[in-house]
Design a protein around this ligand. Structure first.
Ligand code: DC
Length: 230
């Protein structure tokens, strides 16, 4: 008897900035051979393009026009996921400090969110996805079979970003990173449209003193439980 269900599901992973969502989501997707969808990258790609075109980030109508005009693609590559805007690879540019510090201003517009959510729902329609973001369990896939909400103290999140940046050869200031994370959390959780909030049926995991592999394993255990009962 085959005890492993072949039913594919949708896994929603939400949480504040730098809580480890994307690292964990990639591991979980890899183990299950699911597709990983980084929704933050879509907001980042739009922010980058808006800045390149000098579009004011508080002009919702112009940003909506821009979003309709450009093609944002997430492409699986042997080295990971690539983000393409009109065919140009912007995978590293969207992680720049400038984009990071401005993306929350773009993501707070309700008409931008409406269009992004539409696109993300299309990507998740076939299931077999691990999607991470801020509103996945509440708005994008409210019927996801597994919903996870990752949290960690702001000190721990700043420390992780600090170490990531040092590895990339930068000399970050940890206090500044902490301030930036706090500011992003504030805008993301106080905005009117789909604020960062834990879905009532999401499982909260505090990652502060857990390893990435421990967090991934907890999610995989939950997936096993859920798929066995389907
Ligand atoms: O996960 P990230 O840091 O790459 O996300 C970048 C920004 O995009 C984040 O500050 C909030 C926004 N975002 C959002 O509002 N909704 C999502 N589903 C994903 C990201």
């Amino acid at each position: 008897m085959n005890l492993v269900s072949t039913k594919t599901i949708a896994i929603a992973i939400d949480g504040p900035a730098a809580a480890g969502k994307s690292t964990v989501a990639k591991i979980v997707a890899g183990k299950l051979s699911y597709i990983y969808i980084d929704t933050g990258a879509m907001y980042r790609a739009l922010t980058l393009q808006a800045m390149l075109e000098h579009i004011p980030l508080d002009d919702e109508a112009l940003l909506v026009q821009l979003l309709q005009r450009i093609d944002i693609k997430l492409k699986q590559d042997k080295n990971g996921q690539l983000i393409l805007v009109d065919g140009t690879d912007v995978t590293s540019e969207i992680r720049s400090q400038n984009v990071t510090n401005n993306v929350s201003f773009v993501a707070k517009h309700s008409n931008i969110r409406k269009e992004m959510v539409n696109r993300q729902q299309t990507l998740a329609a076939e299931r077999g996805v691990v999607m991470d973001g801020r509103d996945i369990g509440t708005h994008v896939i409210p019927d996801a079979e597994v919903k996870i909400f990752l949290v960690a103290t702001v000190e721990e999140r700043a420390k992780r970003r600090y170490e990531e940046n040092v590895k990339k050869g930068f000399q970050p200031n940890i206090e500044e990173l902490k301030k930036e994370i706090e500011q992003r959390d504030f805008i993301d959780s106080k905005r009117e449209a789909a604020p960062l909030i834990q879905a009532v049926d999401a499982i909260e995991i505090d990652t502060t003193s857990l390893s990435i592999n421990d967090v991934a394993q907890r999610i995989l255990d939950r997936v096993k439980e859920v798929t066995h009962s389907l």
